[in-house]
Design a protein around this ligand. Structure first.
Ligand SMILES: Cc1cc2nc3c(=O)[nH]c(=O)nc-3n(C[C@H](O)[C@H](O)[C@H](O)COP(=O)(O)OP(=O)(O)OC[C@H]3O[C@@H](n4cnc5c(N)ncnc54)[C@H](O)[C@@H]3O)c2cc1C
Ligand code: SF4
Length: 450
């Protein structure tokens, strides 16, 4: 894969770095960017280690076969982009590449509600109580991150058909749809970083809906488009395909044992040294490093590796409704059957808040969702084998089929409606209560068919 931001492995320092940052998602990229640009004399020697590879714009998978081929496996595919860990009680999805999960998330960049911090340590709780603009306010840092990531609402969000569907249901329930701040670029064009004649190019969003498999346009404001170029411009070295195994105390500070992958199968083991190490390899990645380090003798708190929780998201689908939602992605493929007027729009664009007067844990929100092109093909494959509805396969592929008397014109335009129910309490009960009878029976059918 082409490298624009990544540093060549043989440029690594033999002597100690001031700081080694592990992981290149939000945590690692922001840390590296801010430390590399700190106004210190001499400048800090910063190195960022990322186990995944660099994914230049245009190289992200957009078919289910390519997604499957790029699924991470520690032994068989250590450079794969999509990591899916299936455990008994939880399934965890994360990104593994230069930019971390920001490469494949749904772009939403909203601030937490203030009472979210009620159970946090005192220093953060107090900082959250200071109004934005005043010294010490936590919200100043949100504003700074929003500015660097370039977040804002979709300029034509309310015209997207999926948002109109969300709005219709919200209105029926006495609620309103808000357009969310999303990390997507709608108005700028040009290079964000250039090296040796190769550039990371930013482009305007084309509403193709493929954000969660990776944006092939250059419009998703990932940390690859923002903080990582900033870190690089500040002088940080960025090593990709370099997985940290464990860390140990040494007389120079810390010894960081790494496995450097030349490609999927060939690797070498090495050790880098630093005065300070920042573990920002994600919730699980950092914990894995700590547990391996503990096994090598590092003394850690006994709770490490326990008490994980999810973020409380639930997905709900409604099919064959009367509302055209146009929420199936078409990737960057002009002429694709789902390249329809206006486009589906980025993964998530709006939200309706429910139970807003209830306690913090009882509130829930409902957002729209666009299915990326690659997954629509997957759903079509499933539908071909065990279609719960007569035209399931056709709706996900855009294929034309023999017209059904009396309802063809409307049906041929209709896409599957897929709303993401972000509900903390009983998504099934919610779906039954919120959907009219015709769609309830579709749900029962879907459950029986799956
Ligand atoms: C499909 C999806 C949609 C999402 N949508 C949203 C959204 O809309 N809004 C939102 O706020 N959040 C969203 N999230 C969650 C959000 O993206 C994550 O919370 C966030 O990216 C976590 O950042 P991080 O820096 O902690 O970890 P990550 O971004 O996961 O970065 C960790 C990095 O460390 C690397 N790493 C791991 N182990 C090692 C190792 N041993 N050595 C070297 N490197 C290592 C990984 O490869 C990875 O690149 C979504 C997540 C997913 C999966
Ligand atoms: S909708 Fe398409 S162009 Fe816009 S950010 Fe998502 S993937 Fe990129």
């Amino acid at each position: 894969m082409e490298s624009i931001l990544a540093t060549a492995w043989d440029e690594r320092l033999a002597g100690p770095y001031d700081v080694i940052v592990v992981g290149s998602g939000y945590g690692g990229a922001i840390t590296a960017a801010r430390l590399a640009n700190a106004p210190l004399n001499p400048k800090l020697k910063i190195c960022l280690l990322e186990r995944g590879q660099e994914w230049p714009i245009g190289s992200f998978p957009d078919t289910i076969e390519h997604v499957a081929e790029q699924t991470y496996n520690a032994t068989l595919n250590p450079l794969g982009l999509y990591q899916v860990d299936v455990h008994t009680a939880i399934v965890i999805i994360r990104g593994s590449g230069l930019g971390g999960t920001s490469l494949v998330n749904a772009n939403v960049a909203i601030r937490p509600e203030p009472d979210c911090f009620d159970t946090w340590p005192a220093a953060i709780r107090q900082a959250a109580q200071i109004p934005e603009g005043n010294a010490g306010s936590l919200w100043n840092y949100y504003r700074r991150a929003e500015s660097t990531l370039g977040v804002g609402p979709h300029p034509n969000g309310l015209q997207l058909l999926k948002i109109q569907a969300l709005q219709k249901r919200a209105t029926e329930l006495g609620k309103k749809v808000e357009l969310l701040n999303i990390a997507v670029n709608f108005d700028q064009e040009g290079p964000v970083f250039t090296r040796d004649g190769k550039s990371v190019m930013r482009r305007k969003c084309i509403n193709c809906g493929d954000c969660m498999t990776g944006c092939n346009v250059g419009a998703k404001n990932t940390v690859y488009m923002s903080y990582l170029p900033l870190a690089k411009l500040g002088g940080a070295q960025i090593f990709t395909q370099t997985a940290v195994r464990h860390v140990e105390k040494s007389n120079q500070g810390w010894a960081v044992s790494v496995r450097r992958h030349k490609n999927r199968f060939a690797f070498e083991d090495a050790t880098l040294v630093a005065s300070n190490v920042v573990l920002a390899a994600g919730t699980l990645g950092s914990t894995e490093i700590l547990l391996r380090s503990q096994a090598k003798g590092l003394s850690l708190a006994p709770g490490i590796g326990s008490r994980f929780g999810g973020n409380g998201d639930f997905f709900g689908t409604a099919y064959n409704s009367d509302q055209i939602t146009n929420n199936v992605g078409w990737g960057n493929h002009p002429g694709d059957p789902f390249d329809r007027s206006g486009g589906p729009g980025p993964s998530i664009v709006g939200l309706a808040r429910y139970k807003t007067d209830a306690s913090f844990v009882q509130r829930f929100n409902i957002e729209d969702l666009t299915v990326p092109r690659a997954y629509r093909n997957f759903l079509a494959l499933v539908g071909r084998k065990r279609a719960p509805f007569p035209n399931w396969h056709r709706e996900f592929t855009g294929a034309t089929a023999a017209p059904r008397k009396g309802c063809v014109a409307r049906r041929s335009q209709r896409s599957t409606q897929l709303l993401s129910d972000v509900s903390l309490h009983g998504p099934r009960r919610f779906r039954r209560a919120a959907l009219p009878a015709r769609r309830q029976s579709a749900h029962r059918l879907a459950r029986r068919g799956s």
